[in-house]
Design a protein around this ligand. Structure first.
Ligand code: AMP
Length: 538
């Protein structure tokens, strides 16, 4: 017997409609390339988004067509986030930190029909534009500057359109709405295709109290780029709720961000650990300079948030980090580092231990771990690859049948992350499978060693990776960036780690470097270090 409930489709236009109907006066604020702040309301946003939707269709964009964006975080990007899926088109965000070769590959693989580019990013676009075949190039103009011949002006495209012709998409909720290519460091980028339904469900669970805990009253600053897993879904979640959104535009340096948090009384921000490590340094160097009293949650994901960073923010600045784990393939929210009622009663150091883990899976996300012996026990010790399933987890990569082995026969996604699972369901990421160090048949977690090293008072950043070893096959090596004006020797670092790890885990070599190479989304690029130190003798 079927239930007697409406078959209401979960589509993105319904999120915008809610913001427009209930929260029309709430603001969306953007720092523009000239550093001035642009402000408008959800009413303005909905009007312009409808115009964009109509205009794109008049330009010949059809349902199912991909519309690429090469943009920073700003209000026009939010309009495109909704304007494209609102008629059944597919929003395709391009990572502006990728190489021109990768961008060319991605645009051609996705067969994008239109590309919308920030004028400030035209120098990057110029490097691959001759190798792609899009029907229209639309430029988001930079304060009155003329745009190149042969391109369309985003503002004129909107101005010339009639919002009364807007018809929101009300078709099948499983229709594709957005796509994003992974920024993997090995092999070609792979396309992940989100549906209206997956984004709506992900928004609901992101918002709930045991997720990112966002409400209408929040002022949310997504530092995470809109080209990186849809800024972790925040533009959709915030619009659904009517939260105030503050977009940082191209200014992601610690001082610009701190000024924005102070001025707009931001309550929630989100970004990768390297952003927060930079902010922590500024706060330590200028205690009391910024009034961050409104800030109640700093969401950190993308790489492991070091325990020492979580503790330093809390104890020195009264700021609370919320640790989350996810992937492009998981929309991204998979697990969240909240403390359950049992752990909340534990002593403070144990609570920090738990906050540094990647947390428990959110509702509707199921997890399990596997190694060569089969499914791993939830004992907090045995390591295995994390497998995951749920309504916003990819079931395949776009047009890439050669990648089908990333999915199990019984329908789970193989994350490539090496984890332990404990009896309370907490996940701890030990490594990417390609980064884990295999020494004499045992696995050594580079993430655990890095987290510990970054707890040393002189260490700003630490990356640990495998170097070849005749006897043990692989041994760990650490590259260290020291904090400005601080010193530490190899011996000191070794002594610092000794009480924390088994002896065979301790790195054989330490090298002091100016910076750690980073990927396009701000993670340590260990493949470069492995190559660089391939013949290193400790
Ligand atoms: P991406 O698809 O670029 O977002 O990268 C996803 C990968 O980032 C995951 O598979 C993890 O290896 C890593 N990652 C994401 N969040 C965390 C976290 N909180 N702690 C450790 N690693 C993380």
């Amino acid at each position: 017997m079927n239930g007697l409930m409406m078959n209401y489709q979960l589509t993105l236009p319904t999120l915008m409609k809610r913001a427009e109907t209930l929260h029309g006066k709430k603001q969306i604020i953007t720092r523009q390339p000239d550093k001035s702040l642009h402000r408008y309301t959800y009413t303005d946003f909905a009007l312009r988004t409808k115009k964009l939707s109509v205009a794109l269709q008049q330009l010949g964009v059809m349902p199912g067509d991909r519309v690429a964006t090469l943009c920073w975080n700003h209000y026009q990007h939010l309009e495109i986030y909704f304007g494209v899926p609102s008629f059944g088109g597919v929003l395709h965000t391009l990572n502006l930190r990728l190489s021109p070769d990768d961008l060319e590959y991605i645009v051609n693989h996705a067969e994008d029909k239109v590309i919308i580019v920030d004028q400030v990013l035209l120098p990057l676009f110029d490097k691959f534009k001759s190798k792609i075949n899009v029907k229209h190039v639309i430029v988001i103009p930079n304060a009155g500057q003329p745009i190149p011949e042969g391109t369309l002006n985003y503002e004129e495209v909107i101005a010339s359109s009639d919002e009364r012709k807007y018809i929101p998409f009300e078709g099948d909720e499983n229709t594709a709405a957005a796509m994003c290519y992974t920024s993997g460091t090995t092999g070609k980028p792979k396309g992940v295709l989100y549906s209206h339904r997956s984004i709506v469900l992900h928004s609901m669970v992101s918002a709930y109290a045991e997720g990112l805990s966002i409400t209408e009253a929040d002022v949310v600053l997504p530092v995470v780029p809109m080209f990186h897993v849809n800024a972790w879904g925040l533009p959709f979640t915030c619009t659904m709720l009517g939260s105030t959104i503050v977009f940082p535009g191209p200014y992601l340096d610690p001082i610009s961000l701190l000024e924005l948090v102070e001025k707009e009384r931001v309550t929630i921000t989100a970004g990768v650990p390297t952003i927060w490590l930079g902010i922590l340094n500024v706060l330590d160097a200028t205690p009391g300079k910024y009034n961050l009293s409104a800030l109640r949650s700093m969401i950190v994901g993308g790489s492991a948030a070091p325990r020492s960073m979580i503790k330093s923010f809390q104890e020195r600045h009264g700021l609370s980090i919320l640790h989350a784990w996810g992937m492009t393939e998981t929309s991204p929210l998979g697990s969240i580092g909240i403390l359950n009622s049992e752990i909340q009663k534990e002593n403070i150091e144990l609570r920090y231990d738990y906050r540094a883990k990647q947390g428990v899976p959110v509702a509707f996300v199921e997890i399990r771990g596997r190694n060569e012996d089969g499914l791993i026990p939830w004992d907090g010790k045995t390591m295995g690859e994390l497998e995951i399933r749920g309504p916003w987890i990819a079931s395949a990569y776009y047009n890439s049948p050669e990648q089908d082995d990333k999915f199990t026969e019984d329908g789970w996604f193989r994350t490539g992350d090496i984890v332990t699972l404990d009896d309370k369901g907490y996940i701890e990421i030990k490594d990417r499978s390609k980064d884990v160090i295999k020494s004499g048949g045992e696995w050594i977690s580079s993430v655990a060693l890095e987290g510990a090293l970054m707890g040393h008072p002189a260490v700003a950043e630490a990356a640990v990776f495998a170097i070849p070893d005749e006897k043990w096959a692989e041994r760990p090596m650490a590259c260290i960036v020291l904090k400005e004006g601080k010193t530490a020797t190899r011996e000191e670092l070794k002594k610092f780690l000794e009480p924390l790890f088994a002896k065979f885990w301790l790195p054989d070599a330490y090298e002091f470097v100016k910076e750690i190479p980073k990927t396009s989304v701000g993670k340590f690029k260990k493949s470069v270090l492995r190559e660089q130190f391939n013949t290193y003798k400790a």
